[in-house]
Design a protein around this ligand. Sequence first.
Ligand SMILES: Cc1cc2nc3c(=O)[nH]c(=O)nc-3n(C[C@H](O)[C@H](O)[C@H](O)COP(=O)(O)OP(=O)(O)OC[C@H]3O[C@@H](n4cnc5c(N)ncnc54)[C@H](O)[C@@H]3O)c2cc1C
Length: 413
Amino acid sequence: MARPDVIVIGAGVVGLSTAIAAQARGLSVIVVDREGPAAGASAGNAGAFAFTDILPLASPGILKKAPKWLLDPLGPLSVPPAYALKIAPWMFRFWRACQPSRVAQATAAQTSLMDLSKAELEPFLAATDTLSMLHKEGNLQVYESEAEFQASLPGWEARRNHGIEFQHLKADEMAAIQPGLASRFILGTFTPGWYSIADPKLYTLALAAHFRSRGGVIETSEISSLRALPVGVEVVAADGKLRQTGKVVLAAGAFSHRIAKTLGEHIPLETERGYNTTLPADAFDLRTQITFGGHGFVVSKLSTGIRVGGAVELGGLALPPNFRRSEAMLQKARTFLSGLKPEGGVQWMGFRPSLPDSLPAIGSAKVTPDVIYAFGHGHLGLTQSAGTARIVADLLTRQAPAIDLTPFSPQRF
Ligand SMILES: Cc1cc2nc3c(=O)[nH]c(=O)nc-3n(C[C@H](O)[C@H](O)[C@H](O)COP(=O)(O)OP(=O)(O)OC[C@H]3O[C@@H](n4cnc5c(N)ncnc54)[C@H](O)[C@@H]3O)c2cc1C
């Protein structure tokens, strides 16, 4: 393809979903990734379609929990001293986004993207022959005290106001859904509308295979910069290779801001590094995803194993991983789930691409409508991938997007 209609930068779940949606509109599409498909966060995440997670992370609730969490160096939230100064401007923006009026706006925006993503998901899975990978086993959020449960109630009320279904449960009712929970968990909330994918890496690879089967091309190349042309875009690779295209979709996850910067745009994208351990499939008889909210991690059932992980480490893109975090969560899971076998696990760290107000950036670059940004989905990139793909395909084909994109404007900061 000498001059494709579209070049998508990034072969994660967001880039590939978008490439497939653009291809389905009759556009010629090349996907470029420096490592190949499923190399980033899309490979190792918890596999949840967390459609009920409409409340932004930036909220007064997190400000209350953060000081306690920060005291534990291996706890749910950490800032390595070597990165503390660098992350300060992002944290200031995060703190501002915690104002109640902004939280309400972000919740409304997140709900619109969640509703669209949920509506798009099953048709997208059917069209890409991946529907068999979808599981509907819900999520069980567990609490260790009446006080923790009470503190969660305003969040559940906000979800109820947005039509989200859930049931609060006592210990015996939780045991009926998930046997083996430690007795310290006295209350829980079950959300049936929380889905999951069999394995996020296999799913992303299946999307790559589907894209190729329809004539799509995936190239391995590192992109270093973009140049706006009078019509179209010039894409510059790290090896100096130049290529022209009609449009670019920038979906390079946590690294996207580096490429946006070459168009003169500063986007405050940071990474919330997350950790996990994937145990063999027989490590525990898991019936639903379990969220240990007070401890900042989840336990997920995948076709390839039991994944224990989460946590947020605001440590940037360059520091080496600290896998003691994976171990700390696994140790806790061992005491929380009776009979969990902790042996034989594989550890992983991934870069969540996160903007300070917990919303992604979806929309055109400032200098040219021919570059469309699709990054910054934070904890929810898999969840929002089908909705994002639909929106970007609309923008590429000059159709009105299905939802109001103002709250997602890349220029909102
Ligand atoms: C521990 C953890 C658990 C999570 N759990 C969930 C969950 O349950 N549900 C959910 O919805 N989300 C979850 N997430 C978040 C989710 O994984 C991300 O939001 C999502 O994967 C982002 O997808 P992406 O395609 O934007 O980025 P990525 O998957 O990171 O893909 C970006 C791609 O861009 C490529 N790239 C980068 N720079 C360049 C360059 N210069 N040139 C060419 N290519 C480049 C990379 O190689 C990579 O393949 C979790 C994340 C973590 C870390």
